[in-house]
Design a protein around this ligand. Structure first.
Ligand code: ZN
Ligand code: ZN
Length: 350
């Protein structure tokens, strides 16, 4: 009898061990597939025409870089000029690459196909306008809708991007997250994706909201005459922006525009000024495509007369020189600030 019970308990232990082992293998397999998916998503950016680092846009950026190379009369070969080791294989660049892949993982796990939410917002915006004003007495034609929609979406989303970027710089809580982007000490096209996951969520939320509201408005104004999928079609302005050297914004190639044009469009060098560690350039050139917002709000700096730039946030760069530090430091800083604030508030009350 005792022997039987002993064997039973041994069998139970072995079964529990098998179960644990099975769960562990299943979890490892799931993590492996998730990482594989994240890597696939990251690599797909090079062949996705909506993404800035599509090979076509990298190629056109290289052509523009050749123009700058020829003009600047540097003595090295073009390949050496375009791919300096100290920029592409720097510690800062590795943080960019790892955050790029890590954010793909965040997108898969937390964000998903957010455009569906955008269509929901569009639907309710349209319903809300119908309830408020009834059917419009004049409806826009298909061509009119497409042209006006594209112009409106470009301007409104660029303005929203400027406002969010301004808040990222001015609100201490948000600056803690945005610092990651500014802690890059060298710039390469992947630096665009060097952002904290919280900033990624904020940016996506902004895109969903703007897309939903503008699409809903034009769905209403055109009385549903435009197929919803057309609203998702390639935006010609965005395509031109990507084609004309968007990748050089995060690079060492100093592509400047003529002075008058830099009042309207942010040149790649103007964005490099935005990354400058010189306090004179702090909180300047926060625009994305258009410079008009910076011009209007007094945050515009032109490329003229600026020769050399150093990038980063000075002494604080080292707080963000690894993937782990970049993710954790902002959260710790916010936590300590909160504890400090609570402590001071309690002290005041006593
Ligand atoms: Zn910034
Ligand atoms: Zn940047």
């Amino acid at each position: 009898m005792y022997l039987f019970l002993f064997r039973l308990s041994i069998n139970k232990k072995i079964n529990a061990l098998y179960l644990h082992l099975f769960i562990m293998i299943e979890s490892i397999t799931e993590i492996y597939y998730l990482l594989e998916e994240a890597l696939e998503l990251s690599l797909s950016y090079f062949v996705n025409t909506e993404k800035r680092i599509h090979i076509l846009y990298l190629l056109t950026s290289s052509i523009l870089a050749y123009y700058v190379y020829k003009k600047s009369r540097v003595k090295t070969s073009f390949i050496k000029y375009l791919f300096p080791k100290k920029i592409w294989v720097s510690k800062s660049a590795f943080v960019d690459y790892s955050l790029f892949c890590f954010n793909s993982l965040i997108k898969i796990v937390f964000i998903g196909p957010y455009i569906i939410v955008g269509f929901y917002i569009a639907f309710y915006t349209n319903e809300w306008l119908l309830g408020l004003f009834g059917f419009p007495s004049y409806s826009l034609g298909v061509m009119q809708t497409i042209i006006l929609y594209t112009i409106s979406l470009t301007i409104i989303s660029d303005f929203a991007t400027y406002i969010i970027h301004l808040l990222m710089h001015k609100v201490p809580f948000l600056w803690e997250f945005h610092k990651i982007h500014h802690s890059a000490t060298s710039l390469n096209p992947i630096t665009q994706y060097r952002i904290h996951p919280i900033e990624l969520v904020i940016n996506n939320t902004k895109s969903i909201l703007v897309f939903g509201l503008v699409t809903g408005l034009f769905d209403y104004l055109s009385s549903h005459s435009v197929d919803k999928m057309l609203f998702l079609g390639a935006n010609v302005f965005h395509f031109v922006f990507l084609l004309f050297g968007a990748n050089l914004r995060h690079s060492h190639v100093k592509l400047k525009y003529p002075k008058y044009l830099e009042f309207i469009f942010i040149s790649p060098f103007q964005h490099q000024i935005h990354h400058s560690s010189n306090p004179v350039h702090f909180n300047k050139n926060m625009g994305s495509k258009f410079a008009i917002w910076d011009w209007l709000f007094g945050t515009l700096v032109l490329s003229k007369n600026i020769k050399r730039l150093r990038f980063g946030i000075g002494d604080e760069n080292s707080n963000y020189n690894s993937l782990y530090k970049s993710i954790v430091t902002p959260l710790m800083n916010i936590y300590y600030s909160l504890v400090k604030a609570i402590f001071h508030a309690k002290k005041k009350n006593n």
